[in-house]
Design a protein around this ligand. Structure first.
Ligand SMILES: [Fe+2]
Length: 215
């Protein structure tokens, strides 16, 4: 069983944890259950006939996953011969460059995904640390020029820091990656149509009883 204190400390300090050794799937699931409630499981495989974004072979721009997911975890059953990486950008890196006066505008700009209600890009109007829900292809047209400028600033900062602060995670068979979904943006490059790459993804909601503090 992986060391939960180590996992929590890594997520707290860097926004993510990548397993140091191979584990079986049940161990991965049990580890995730220590972080909270697993409320959704997805098979991440390329299917070029699918209209779902994450199953398409196209590159995925940096984004957050589901609004309710505090953590996103992926278990690699097959990295594929091309080993397409997951790329990560820690919002803590660029957050100091976001002017505070833009926070309320970002809180009043929205993401609309499928049939879900609109959700704010910044979950709180005045957060002490980044608390983002940003999916660039699902941004609702901003209401005013001030709102538009707030989104443009966020996009500019993400683009700027993508040049120098992107983490690249090469998946390995039976290894797993867990990220703080409110802080870390993730994406991936274009993926060959014929890849056998297969990840199992969990969306995890913190539960008060199992909310683990870093050591
Ligand atoms: Fe995603």
């Amino acid at each position: 069983m992986p060391n939960m204190a180590l996992i929590s400390e890594s997520i707290h300090d860097t926004g993510y944890y990548f397993s140091e050794c191979a584990v079986d799937f049940q161990t991965f699931a049990t580890t995730c259950e220590e972080l909270g409630q697993i409320y959704h499981r997805t098979e991440v495989k390329i299917d070029f006939a699918s209209r779902t974004y994450f199953r398409s072979p196209r590159a995925l721009a940096l984004h957050n996953d589901d609004f309710d997911a505090d953590y996103v975890a992926w278990y690699c059953t097959d990295p594929g011969t091309e080993n397409v990486a997951t790329v990560l950008l820690d919002a803590m890196v660029f957050w100091p460059d976001v002017p505070r006066e833009l926070y309320p505008y970002l809180h009043d700009c929205y993401i609309k995904r499928n049939d879900e209600p609109e959700r704010p890009i910044l979950r709180e109007p005045h957060p002490s640390s980044p608390n983002l829900y940003f999916i660039p292809w699902n941004v609702v047209s901003p209401r005013t020029s001030h709102h538009q400028e707030a989104v443009n600033t966020l996009v500019r900062l993400i683009d700027k820091h993508t040049q120098s602060n992107l983490e690249s995670i090469d998946h390995k068979k039976d290894h797993f990656l867990i990220i703080d979904n409110r802080r870390m943006l993730h994406g991936r490059p274009q993926t060959p149509r014929t890849t056998t790459r297969h990840l199992v993804r969990f969306w995890i909601r913190k539960t008060t009883a199992k909310n683990i503090s870093p050591a």
